[in-house]
Write a protein that binds this ligand. Sequence first.
Ligand SMILES: [Zn+2]
Ligand SMILES: [Zn+2]
Length: 373
Amino acid sequence: MFRIPYDRVNWITSSFLIGTALIALIGAPIYLFHYGIDWFQFSMFFFYLCATMMSITVGYHRLFSHLSFKAKAPVKFFTLIFGACAFENSALNWCSDHRRHHKHVDHDEDPYDISKGFFWAHIGWLLFKLDPETPVDNVADLRKDKLVMWQHKYTHWIALVVGLIIPSALGYGYNSLMGLNPMQGALGGFMIAGVTRIVIAQHCTFFINSLCHTVGKQPYSTKHSARDSAIMAFLTFGEGYHNYHHEFQHDYRNGVKKWQWDPSKWTIWTLSKLGLVEGLRRVPDSKILLAEIGEAKRHAQQRVHEIQATHGYCQRTAEMLTQLSEKISANYHELEQAVADRVQLSREALQNWQDETRALMREMSKVAKMAAA
Ligand SMILES: [Zn+2]
Ligand SMILES: [Zn+2]
């Protein structure tokens, strides 16, 4: 049976996480039932939620952890201020954990290792102290950044003032101006744009470590547990294409396809057009496709092995599947060679490779289905 290891409980973090969750789940609904919500409170909540989430995804994650682009001071400043408001610790600590997560994914040194279970990856790692505490020794580059170090020093103060006191004060001020009860406005700002927003932003971030390593597809790699899911991308401002992200962590895009929901990518791109960020790093299309065809090849070979392993398998089906699988492998090796030789491949050529592989995969599914019927 599960026993709580009381000697390892991180009391401050646990009290905060449980306390804020209770306010959001019980306090906020009672407030809304009594007073409802006006456009001012709602706008403030919406702004704070977007600013906090974007500061985590664009700032803490893609900029500071992965250096996937370079940012001018205003972008750094904004994401450090509102990133602190997520109450997820300083950028320096966050990035150290996150870099360790990528380096040791699914292994013991991964701070939110999914192989220790869904609960651990989501929130358990925060509730209980790691034994022994891990050193912050993989962020030497960030230590040279004065803004990052300033935020590291004052992160809790910034979070408290900008994340909780300012929305309360704004609620107070707005209600005073409108001739409404100012204390009710302050309470609303505290509970909705303050605490409820913190809880939503935190759990959306935690989902990346739990659900994004559990739910979805693995089109680019099965070497790690990270998965791609459109629903998760919607909940996490684009971070749900986590299989791609773990395979190509320095790319500023997580949803690499044009149609994929990735507001963080759109924001970075827009900021680059405004001259506020530069040096956006992209993995070449040929390398991305190579990873996809590599996965298709692995699936195809697995399918052939599976049919051969079944008792009394049909010789003819196995031969057809083997032939199709070999064609996919040939496609893969051809592209692999072209990438190794740094051949300039046109968009059409890549599209042909992709279409052909997809057609072969479909054909394999058809053959396998017919054999099973
Ligand atoms: Zn991950
Ligand atoms: Zn990452």
